[in-house]
Design a binder for this molecule. Structure first.
Ligand code: KG4
Ligand code: ZN
Length: 399
């Protein structure tokens, strides 16, 4: 008890008395997150309930299950964040909540809870775009000025954009079918990695990264997607099919049933991860060259910010580093814990909006959630028209 009081006193002293406080709430997919931040970005309290273990068992996210779990956990998660911060609801200035894009049933729980909360405690509401929040999280820990290039890679999204302001983005490219995290999760499922002794509690992407460290990527060759498309869009579904076909072939050769672990599992993981990484690297390289050609970024040491769950992958980060070193960009990533979905990044986006007086809603009657919501102004057509050829780069990564 004494220790808790000491911590609360320290927080009270390190925070300017006049600072405004924001409660952030995230429920767009399969994580229930909440956090209380002050206006400087100091995290006063946070809580996160991940549904990963449940979805690993069912072999993917079932929206009604995700909805039920959000419903069961949201009040506890918010209370835990408030308790850790030592802040009473009446002392908050605003609640910031993800309202787009995401799973409809999941978004609905966060929005309904938030609207009840602000009506009960009388405060402002700040609706948050999940991808904008991922894009700006990096600014919590370091001063990254606008404009910068951002690559968002997660289980639900894959896009390249220029961030020009907290509410101003230019979309350069996006996934045409599925996101890289989704592909890695499906490959991991096809390889039955939940049954692998080293991987039973890991997400698909984490499992592939772990096994790939022990594998030889050169044992398999998968064709890199969209080689003849000189734009910045992404496609991963064809690659997933190539990998699935190879797994079936190997199962037949090794005389094992679907569901058993292949002896060459590490090599397949390494080759699949490398192809995902090099596809992402080439599209990002083209986006960098497009931004240079159009003068969209500062001339001296512009930044490439990478975030989203797949940005936790060290092999992918190293591949991107080769691109940024060749093009004289700085590569910036938020800490891994802030790359995956959480309440902190939503609260931070709320703080940035509150500071600038943007996107704050006092009449909430018309607020709705939006499962589909593009990011910013779409200039993917201009990127395609520019048809920039990317010079070859040797993507040789030591694990
Ligand atoms: O950002 P996030 O928490 O949720 C979405 O908005 O999707 O990302 C989750 C995704 C999952 O597909 C997971 O497999 C992937 O991020 N992921 C990784 C790694 N850690 C998480 N993918 C590759 N390597 C990792 N280390
Ligand atoms: Zn996300």
């Amino acid at each position: 008890m004494l220790r808790r009081n000491v911590i609360l006193c320290q927080r009270a002293f390190s925070r300017p008395l006049s600072t405004r406080l924001v409660l952030g709430i995230e429920t767009s997919c399969d994580d229930t997150g909440a956090a209380v931040l002050d206006e400087t970005g100091l995290i006063l309290g946070e809580s996160l309930h991940s549904q990963k273990d449940v979805h690993l068992k069912t072999g993917g996210i079932i929206p009604v299950v995700a909805q039920r779990l959000h419903k069961e956990n949201i009040a506890r998660v918010v209370q835990e964040a408030l308790d850790k911060s030592g802040i009473a609801p009446r002392d908050l200035s605003a609640v910031a909540t993800t309202v787009k894009p995401g799973l409809a049933l999941s978004l609905g729980i966060g929005l309904e809870y938030s609207l009840n909360f602000i009506q009960r405690h009388k405060m402002s509401f700040i609706p948050i775009h999940h991808m904008e929040a991922h894009a700006l999280t990096v600014r919590m820990n370091q001063p990254v000025p606008f404009p910068f290039l951002v690559l968002l890679i997660s289980g639900g999204h894959c896009l390249l954009a220029v961030a020009r302001d907290i509410d101003d983005f230019l979309l350069l490219g996006k996934a045409l079918d599925e996101a890289p995290g989704d592909t890695l999760d499906k490959v991991a499922r096809r390889l039955s990695l939940v049954k692998h002794p080293k991987c039973s509690t890991l997400s698909g992407g984490q499992a592939i990264e772990l096994l790939a460290r022990e594998g030889n990527r050169l044992k398999f060759h998968f064709k890199s997607p969209m080689g003849q498309h000189y734009d910045c869009n992404f496609s991963f579904a064809g690659l997933r099919n190539q990998v699935s076909r190879m797994i079936s072939k190997k199962e037949e050769e090794e005389g094992i049933q679907k569901g058993e672990i292949l002896s060459c599992v590490n090599d397949i993981a390494a080759a699949a991860q490398h192809t995902v990484a090099s596809h992402i690297a080439r599209r990002t390289h083209r986006a960098i060259l497009f931004c240079k050609a159009r003068g969209l970024l500062p001339q001296s040491r512009p930044s490439l910010v990478v975030s989203g769950g797949v940005a936790c992958n060290n092999y992918i980060r190293k591949t991107l580093q080769i691109v940024t070193e060749a093009t004289e960009f700085d590569l910036l990533c938020p800490p891994a814990k802030l790359c995956t979905d959480n309440g902190v990044m939503i609260a931070w986006n709320g703080v940035e909006k509150l500071r600038e007086g943007k996107g704050i809603v006092t009449h909430v009657a018309h607020i709705r959630y939006e499962p589909k919501a593009p990011l910013g102004t779409d200039i993917t057509g201009q990127v395609k028209e520019a048809a920039i050829q990317v010079p070859p780069l040797k993507l040789k990564i030591s694990q």
